[in-house]
Design a protein around this ligand. Sequence first.
Ligand SMILES: [Zn+2]
Length: 489
Amino acid sequence: MRIFTASLATETNTFSPVPTDRASFEMAFYATPGKHPETPTLCSSPMVALRRRAAEGLTVIEGTATWAEPGGLVQRKAYEDLRDEILGQLSAALPVDAVILGLHGAMVAQGYDDCEGDLLSRVREVVGPDVVVASELDPHSHLTAKRVAAADILAAFLEFPHTDFYERGEHVVELGLAAARGDIRPVISTFDCRMIAVLPTSREPMRSFVDRLKALQGKDGVLSVSVIHGFMAADVPEMGTRIIVVTDNDRAKGDALAERLGMELFAMREKTVMTMVNADDGIDRAFAVRKADPAKPAVIADVWDNPGGGVPGDGTFVLKKLIERGHGRIGVATIWDPIAVTFCHAAGEGATIQLRFGGKAGPQAGEPVDAKVRVLKAVAEGWQSFGPSRVTLGATALIHIEGTEIDVILNTNRTQTFEPDIFSNLGIDPLSKDILLVKSTNHFYAGFQPIAAEIIYVNAPSSYPSDPRTTNYTKLDRPIWPRVENPFA
Ligand SMILES: [Zn+2]
């Protein structure tokens, strides 16, 4: 069998001031055919999973695999060029028995509210109606009718944090190959939950819900079950939470199951979110926790200043409050500031300089910090792990704010904080700190939970549209909770 695979992914926050262009893809992750590393990235697992199965007599034809850190609207030409690059590779690979893609599902470009729907329907046009088209998706995406119509199999990561991205890539590959062999006839059913929420699976009630979904798969004709959580930072018509059920040619069963699960999820909509506190209360709590458990740092998550949600990630709001406290050994990962990194590199390791950093991309997450800092490290490329994958920070500087015990990582490649090695790779022992301040909504959880005395979620100001009740959605095509109390009424 001949299988084509490629990956084109980013998550677009249409409210973000950070435009996304081709350079954004090339800086974060861009692999031409055959050049994908051995380890998977968040959205390119199918390529790696297929390679690992090539011994089964498969001919795997790789296309481009690329990812841009979440940001604002994708430039039209950048999207069209990357799309056409992959479609050209697919055309050259014909005939194929299946196309198995790694997509994110929340890419929005100038003139394209639904990039993945556009790509999948063009893939369908290239291969015709009889070739299997499958894709893995991130649950923080939009499930449009156009995508469902163009694909045979769609499945999302089930976990948030996305600890199962590779496993779900294997799952999509498994189903795609079975369908190409004619062993199954996948049919997609969906249900619109008419809601938008943050749905971390590291805690109840989502933990048990996801465990039940997993138990449903692989029996009684149910091939796959996914929850599309939705992505609230996008002004697109079909934004919201949806259920996907893929059955073996049993639409009625799939439709009924999707509706039942969707209404169960709707019923728990007010109970899913993490408990958050304001910055002052969070810092108080962090010092108290540290005092009670001196062996481990308290971890403060600046939930909404999360580049993983497309915001700049240069917010200073919580850091300024920590500086004002005037005490505490504190590690901060990260503040995005390419200009400040350039200055630190120019000054060199060991230099003490007056530096303005952070707060430059917009006013919502705090003003810049002006401080005398010592450049502890200036490296060409900082990095951190995210499960089996390696995430670049780009050129990076580690600075120490003079007169405090605060160390801050400044990066040039925007990324949220995933794992404590973001500190140790620069020579900071995270366990030596009282408080670690990380920029992430929940992906940091798996990495930091084992070393944290406690994790404190802080709801500090940011440019992220975190309250869907008040966000100015101009394209949303139906009422959803919490904008209306009962959208099913
Ligand atoms: Zn996600």
